[in-house]
Structure formats: structure tokens, C-alpha cells
Design a protein around this ligand. Sequence first.
Ligand SMILES: [Zn+2]
Length: 328
Amino acid sequence: MYGMTSQDVSGFLKDFLLFCRTLYRIAVTPNPCQDENICKLFSIMPSGKNYFLLPPGTFLYNELAGTLALLVPNEHGAVISEWDLSQGFKRSLLNRLKARITGENDACKQARAFNPCLPFIINNGHCNRKSCPNEHLGTASLGQNWFQLRIRIHLQQILVIQGLRMVPINPNERVKQYRYASYCYFFLLLLITYRHWISSLFDSLFPPLLRLGHFANLDITTIPEAPKALPILESYCKEILFWRQHITRDPKLLTTAYQVVRIVFYFNRLQALPSIIRSPLSDLLRTVPEYSRKEGSNFNFILPRLVYALAGNQIQGIDCGILSLKCV
Ligand SMILES: [Zn+2]
């Protein structure tokens, strides 16, 4: 994927999304042992009432071999109860789905199609970075089609990482006192992924150079994935705004807040304003001394001022913009 063009990445993500949906649909089949096609596909054979045989070397045999207590070996393979097989089937397939999405996500982060080289574009085809990992694009490649495609692959990736939520949190975790920590850790990893792709989408929607496109020219109706991806993107933004476990000293937290607010406003301007102002992230940033400034007897907090300035729907927005800049 590293050297693929945006067009190739888009085609790959389309197929990968279909693979993820199909795998998930099979994984959550209510009673896989009673499904003829699933039994044929995974070599599940009946072995007495409510028991099934898994031949050695098959996917399920290998996956469930670690849970030896559940398997009774004989000369043809291992016998497992219907209940244990159903649970193991779902767990094995969802773990496989998670591993595939995690691998794909790591590959996409490195893919050149998501990371155009700015010095190469600014310097008219020259980049002094040795073994530059970013994509070198000629001016002729940077058209409206490329810009649309760049937004599209981001929205496709937003849909792909949604699959990470479908996988249960450590299904083998039985210790109750660790369960809350597991949930926090699980959502922390998700938020790191969300923040990465929101930042990347932000750079694509609001690039530093006009040659890289402009959000005003985006025709979202031509992106087939947009109707599904935009509500999910909005939910990621809300989760960042309403997550209560952000690290106060995270140096990129204000940048993330700014990117989230601009993206939310771009797709859903006025409705989001009150909830952003009252969000836990906004409250949290009020507690950071670097993000506030004393004006007489009052405190001027940077994020609320910034939000009103970006909303641009009130006359006070200009004052708010100036006050937020004074905090910097
Ligand atoms: Zn470069």
C-alpha cells in the first residue's frame, strides 16, 4: 500500500471494506453450527447430539487449540460442544477482523497517498529529504479529481476503523477489577486512532496551499461513502469532545480541539455550537493555565472564544477571534 496512488488506495479500501463487513456478518451469525455453508467453509462436522468435530489443521481447530479444556481430541480431530464452538467461532473471527483492520490501519498511516510532500510541491518538483517517505506529486496531478479522491480515501478509512468497535474488549478478561481499566485503555486506543485520521482529514480539507485544493470546492455528493461516513465522523468528533480522560498536559490537545471544531462546523455548523461550549474537553482546557489569560477580574479562556470566532454566526465572533489570539 505504501507506493499506491490515491486511485489504487481507493479501490483497495472499497474491497477491504466489503471484506470487513462480510467477515463481521459471518462472525455474528447466531448459530454458526446450524448453517450449512458455514459448516462447509470451516469444515465443521457433526459428532453426536450438540457436539461437533473439528479436523486438525483447520482454521477453527488452530484457533481453539489454545482452549484445550473445550476440546476432546480423537483420531479424526477434536470434538467440541455446540455452545463452546459458537462462542469460539465468534471470538476467533472477530479477533481476526481486529488484527486485519489494525494491520490495514498501520499500513494506511504510512501510505504515501495519504501524505503528499509539501516541500516538493512548493519547490516545483524538488525535495531535499533523503528517501522522502511522502508522495511526490507534479502540479499536473493536483486537480479537482485528486482533491475529491483524497477526501474520499479519508472517508473510506473512517468507515474501516469503525470496525474496531465491533470487536469485544478482551473477551478472555474475567477479572472484574480490571474491567474498567480495560474499557478505558480500549477507548484510549480508539481515540488515538480517531485523532490521527481527523488530523489527516483536516489537513486534506484545509490544506496550507491552494494547489492542494480547497474545501469550498468539495462536492461531497460525488463521494459514494459520504452518507455513511459523515455521521460516523461526527460521532468520532463527539467522542473526542466528550471523553473525560484526556491528559491535561497533552501538547496536541488544543490542536485536536481546533481541528474537531472546524470539521464539525464544516458539516454541521449551528447545531453543534452549544454542545461544543459545554463539552468536557472545553471544561478541561479551562483548567490549563496556558490556555487562559486574565483580563481585569475575568479570565479569558481560549477555546470558547475560538469556537465563537470559528462559528462566525454572531457579531461578537470578531472580538472572540481577537481575544483567542491574545491567549496564544
Ligand atoms: Zn519529499
